[in-house]
Ligand binder design. Structure first.
Ligand code: 5AD
Ligand code: SF4
Length: 440
């Protein structure tokens, strides 16, 4: 038997890319590839790219340039670009970087084995279609390999919201939900392979409306079906849009024990003028009221968010409104970005904010968000949480896992195994994690 071919995948960007990379590795596994951690001994290199901000795409080009020497040494090495940069700039990548053999957009991953075969024969292959077929059905999990205790599961993909700054509706396409029975089968399979916690993924996950036995299901209905899966202990989902936060989902946060008290609910900005120009279709006030209702259902829920500063025509007063909104919410964690022009999106044509001013605002926002994150993390000290252990710690006898609130927790003298859940008393709060002790 010939030695297996080696595949090196580098993943950029969001959790959906992490999930997609796993599916691509499995699909190419069927073609005799095993994964390697180093590009140096690979027969195929795949970059699974992100196009959400400028720097992400530029990183891909500079990474590709670094493979020049490798390809010169090993002419049989195949180099592929997948993900949202592939979708947005397919032809351009082939033109700008002749090293690239294969370009595949996110909706065509199930065609990867055929594409790889063509590339092996020396063809340059590009597929950035939006085909009708269900790629996930065709990308079946082949090996029944054991898995770690946490996994992602894509339930919905694409977006119809068209926020004025965002490329997702163009790169991932229109919003599509997977049928519930397929998701439940995949969840069951993951649990049989050792998974205890599943994070449901979608660009607009709470707009989920996949087909169920009795018509379309809501995300909350899907969560209640997953709640019945024995051995599955925790359910999370991301990313949600405020306008799709339906009553049954809010209620589930108060009543479904497996649904974790953590919600990523991006608001992007606090000024109604800017929100309108972003095409967000909600106001600061409606967002704050929504947070109140969610906290009424689940008072200890940790809220996470995304922010953009320096969106075209954002004034200092608009930015102040963002700071005010942050003060009003108190975020447990948040991601904030300087606006980055995405060609082809409506905001790209508008008057841009001075980059220095935008940098300054980003720093001020991040200082406030970091302070809040710190306060929320520190407030865990003295409390009891449930931890799902994910790996051994650096110190002997130490284990590390995540609390219900997604904080990393270190536990010393821990006799539990990876995949175990245990009650832990939080004793201290460090730079980026908590430390606790098992409660007998
Ligand atoms: N510039 C800066 N940030 C952006 N995001 C999306 N598009 C842009 C852009 N053009 C941010 C949003 C989104 C997160 C995933 O990335 O905050 O919620
Ligand atoms: Fe992009 Fe999210 Fe807006 Fe959709 S809802 S356009 S994915 S920011």
């Amino acid at each position: 038997m010939s030695a297996p071919k080696k595949l090196f995948i580098k993943t950029y960007g969001c959790q959906m890319n992490v999930y997609d990379s796993e599916r691509m590795a499995e699909a190419l596994g069927g073609e005799g590839y095993v994964e390697t951690k180093s590009p140096d001994d690979a027969d195929m290199i795949l970059l699974n790219t992100c196009h959400i901000r400028e720097k992400a795409a530029e990183k891909v080009y500079s990474e590709l340039g670094r493979f020049k020497g490798l390809k010169a040494e090993k002419p049989d090495l195949k180099i592929g670009v997948a993900g949202c940069v592939a979708q947005a700039e397919g032809q351009e990548i082939m033109r700008r970087q002749p090293l690239v053999d294969l370009v595949v957009g996110p909706q065509s991953y199930h065609r990867l084995p055929e594409m790889e075969a063509k590339a092996r024969e020396g063809e340059k292959v590009l597929d950035t279609d939006f085909p009708e077929e269900d790629k996930f059905e065709k990308l079946k999990n082949r090996p029944k390999a054991k898995r770690g205790p946490t996994a992602f599961l894509t339930v919905q993909e694409g977006c119809d919201k068209f926020c004025a700054f965002c490329v997702v509706p163009y790169t991932r396409g229109a919003e599509v939900s997977r049928p519930a029975d397929r998701i439940l089968r995949e969840a069951q399979d993951l649990v049989e392979r050792g998974v205890r916690e599943i994070t449901l993924l979608g660009q607009n996950v709470n707009a989920y409306h996949g087909a169920g036995a009795n018509g379309d299901m809501t995300l909350a209905q899907l969560i209640w079906e997953l709640d019945k899966v024995d051995g599955l202990e925790r359910i999370r989902f991301t990313t949600s849009h405020p306008n799709d936060m339906q009553d049954d989902l809010i209620e589930a946060h108060g009543t479904c024990a497996k649904l974790m008290p953590y919600l990523h609910l991006p608001v992007q900005a606090g000024s109604d003028k800017i929100l309108k120009r972003m095409n967000r279709a909600h106001t600061a006030e409606s967002y704050l009221r929504l947070i109140e209702r969610i906290r009424a259902a689940r008072p200890d829920i940790l809220i996470s968010g995304d922010f953009i500063v320096g969106f075209p025509e954002e004034t200092e007063a608009d930015f102040q409104a963002t700071l005010d909104l942050v003060e009003g919410v108190k975020y447990g964690t948040a991601y904030s970005f300087k606006y980055s022009t995405r060609p082809g999106t409506p905001a790209a044509e508008r008057p841009q904010v001075d980059p220095k001013e935008a940098d300054d605002r980003l720093q001020r926002l991040q200082a406030l968000l970091t302070k809040q994150q710190r306060e929320v993390q520190d407030s865990m000290v003295g409390r009891d949480v449930t931890v799902l252990f994910e790996k051994a710690g650096r110190l002997p006898g130490q284990m590390v896992g995540k609390s219900d609130y997604l904080h990393a927790v270190h536990v010393a003298d821990c006799d539990r195994a990876i995949g175990d859940l245990a009650r832990v008393r939080i004793l201290s709060s460090g730079a980026n994690s908590l430390a606790g002790a098992l409660i007998d």
